[in-house]
Write a new protein. Structure first.
Length: 334
């Protein structure tokens, strides 16, 4: 067993927003040239292929061609997305619908501009000898997860008519170890991390994607303030246009995107095999018939309605106008 199997994810995938109103961190924006305007994109986690489309946009000059000098601000457990966007340190942040909804309930003036992950990456991971293929298979099972994610499991159960009291919840660290040592029967995790780490070790997990069973929650979403929408629209369009171009290039060659990620961040402790597989497994989460028809980052009134239903089960009540597609429409119209 190697250390690659020991991974963390957003403070054990907490569902609540982390204090958007706190003081913005000291994160510097890029320095503009005479031909470009400085802007910053706040990432939701530490550097990895999770954000490789943005790295391509920067490396290939997609933003520079649009008149922007974009700095990529690394996220992490102590660097929440929302404060720098509220403070104006970052023009755009990469968040998730539940985090944004929580921040808006506290008064943050956010709008969701685009949706990178068309399918939420949450899965129930199990082993072939004792698989969880459907929510009904959870009955009688021991699930390892952070207790903070109990609302996520409850939402899945409610959507599928499963009594959560028939499932034994066992608090675990964010690692495949409890599953591999039979301390639990399954894990609540992201499709692109613990199952990937297991696969690298030659252990293929059974992964039940919760999005395939009604858990509709937009992830890796682009957020900006209403003030930026009113006063910095040209910059928002240029930033999102670069993102679209970067992610389309990523889809074309995930191996090249992985190589670029490791070259740009050689000190990030990234493993080539792990990052390569993660990059491949992100593709079906980020691209769909909907994006093929309308473009990267797209959503519809129907997908928003499904998100609102899931958010309500998580205790977050938001109106449809939390999502604003006007920037994306301008990007794809061009």
């Amino acid at each position: 067993m190697t250390n690659r199997l020991m991974m963390t994810r957003r403070g054990l995938l907490r569902t609540g927003a982390a204090g958007f109103a706190t003081a913005a961190l000291g994160l510097g924006a890029g320095r503009a040239t005479a031909q470009t305007t400085a802007a910053a994109l706040q990432l939701s986690w530490t550097h990895s292929v999770q954000f490789a489309g943005s790295y391509i946009a920067q490396d290939r000059g997609f933003w520079r061609d649009g008149g922007l000098d974009v700095s990529l601000l690394q996220g992490g457990p102590n660097a929440p997305v929302e404060p720098p966007v509220v403070a104006g340190t970052a023009l755009v942040g990469i968040s998730a619908a539940d985090y944004t909804a929580a921040a808006v309930e506290q008064g943050a003036p956010f709008k969701i501009l685009g949706v990178a992950m068309q399918k939420n990456p949450f899965v129930i991971a199990s082993l072939p000898a004792n698989p969880v293929n459907t929510p009904a298979d959870l009955v009688g099972k021991r699930i390892g997860m952070a207790l903070a994610n109990t609302p996520v499991l409850q939402a899945l159960c409610t959507l599928n008519g499963v009594d959560i009291s028939t499932i034994e919840i066992i608090p675990t660290q964010y690692s495949p170890q409890p599953l591999l040592t039979n301390e639990v029967d399954c894990l609540l995790c992201w499709a692109t991390d613990l199952p990937v780490a297991m696969a690298i070790e030659g252990i293929e997990a059974v992964t039940m994607l919760m999005a395939d069973h009604g858990y509709a929650l937009h992830s890796q979403t682009y957020i900006a303030t209403t003030d930026s929408l009113a006063n910095r629209r040209a910059e928002l369009v240029a930033l999102m246009r670069g993102e679209v171009a970067g992610w389309n290039a990523y889809r074309t060659d995930t191996d090249a995107a992985t190589a670029l990620t490791l070259a740009m961040f050689p000190d990030a402790g990234l493993d080539l095999a792990t990052q390569t597989l993660q990059a491949q497994r992100q593709v079906p989460l980020m691209f769909s018939d909907l994006t093929d028809a309308n473009g990267f980052g797209w959503w519809t009134d129907e997908t928003v309605a499904a998100n609102i239903e899931t958010l309500a089960l998580l205790g977050r009540n938001v109106p449809p106008d939390l999502w604003d597609r006007s920037i994306l429409e301008e990007v794809h119209a061009a």
